[in-house]
Write a protein that binds this ligand. Structure first.
Ligand code: PXL
Length: 278
């Protein structure tokens, strides 16, 4: 199965950045993003925002990186290597969100930015201080090309409980009103549905992405991987709807290949290509 065109050896691939937290268990966060960047043939750069202490069972705590170090990582890469598209994941605090937003606004050019507004782990462990939700709405969303909340994050950010297509549309409108150019309301957490329809909205048009649900107990890092693959496609010059369609195809394969790990939830598997393609 083909995904993105690969760069010939010796030539510089497209360059993307993840601004996110480290997952010591290797399933989500920066580790998941870099796996998808690499497996899609892009060069991945990193601004680490926090270091989590976690395994497959849960998050035991996290340490926030000082904001000047976070801003410095973004500026160092942008000023030398260049960033063609980026994504944000775990940002932990209002202070970090403020620093990332200010740094991002200071960069030259209109670089596509995918904002995955990570609030909690799949076990419900908090990855964002509740007091930072206002910064998500007012500092982070306005700089986003695309926001990709899951349904729990939609509820925290907009107050809307998505239970059906009508409320999913309302949520897309409420998210878009906060300033991103596009909002994607992921349906993956609608457990009752046989499908997992995602709804994309740009203030004018709705696009629906209805991919077969892959039921696996091992979906740690699924949201990160979807946003990372979308970022890769944007770096390749895809439109946002095409990038989301591409990323849906990628996460579906990663979910099909997910594996058990430790005593809890295993991760989605971006390495499936090593097993299926040479
Ligand atoms: O999947 C969301 C996520 C993002 N970033 C980090 C995480 C998690 C979930 O656990 O640990 C660092």
């Amino acid at each position: 199965m083909s995904f993105l065109p690969l760069t010939p050896p010796g030539q510089t691939p497209h360059r993307v950045m993840t601004i996110a937290g480290s997952d010591s268990g290797g399933g989500a966060g920066i580790q998941a993003d870099l796996r998808t960047f690499a497996m899609l043939g892009l060069h991945g750069c990193v601004a680490v925002t926090a270091v989590t202490v976690q395994n497959s069972v849960g998050v035991k705590g996290f340490h926030e990186i000082p904001v000047d170090v976070i801003a410095g990582q973004i500026e160092a890469v942008a000023g030398d290597i260049g960033i063609e598209a980026a994504k944000t994941g775990m940002l932990a605090s209002a202070e970090i969100i403020g620093a990332v937003a200010a740094t991002w606004r200071g960069l030259d050019g209109d670089i596509p930015l995918v904002v995955d507004p990570v609030c909690a782990s799949m076990h419900g462990d908090p990855l964002l201080h509740p007091s930072a939700l206002d910064s998500v709405r007012h500092d982070l969303f306005p700089i986003a090309t695309l926001v990709t909340p899951n349904l729990d994050e939609v509820r925290l950010i907009t107050g809307i409980e998505v239970v059906d297509p009508a409320s999913q549309r309302d949520a897309a409108k409420a998210l878009h009103a906060l300033g991103p150019r596009w909002a994607l309301v992921k349906g993956g957490h609608l457990r009752s549905s046989a499908h997992s329809p995602d709804l994309l909205y740009n203030g004018t048009d709705f696009y629906e992405f209805d991919v077969e649900r892959v039921d696996t107990g091992h979906d740690h890092g699924a949201g990160d991987t979807l946003a990372a693959a979308t970022t890769c496609a944007l770096a390749h010059g895809y439109t946002v709807p095409d990038a989301v369609a591409f990323a849906k195809r990628w996460i579906t394969e990663c979910l099909r290949a997910a594996y058990p790990l430790g005593h809890g939830h295993g991760p989605v598997n971006a390495l499936f290509r090593l097993q299926h393609e040479s």
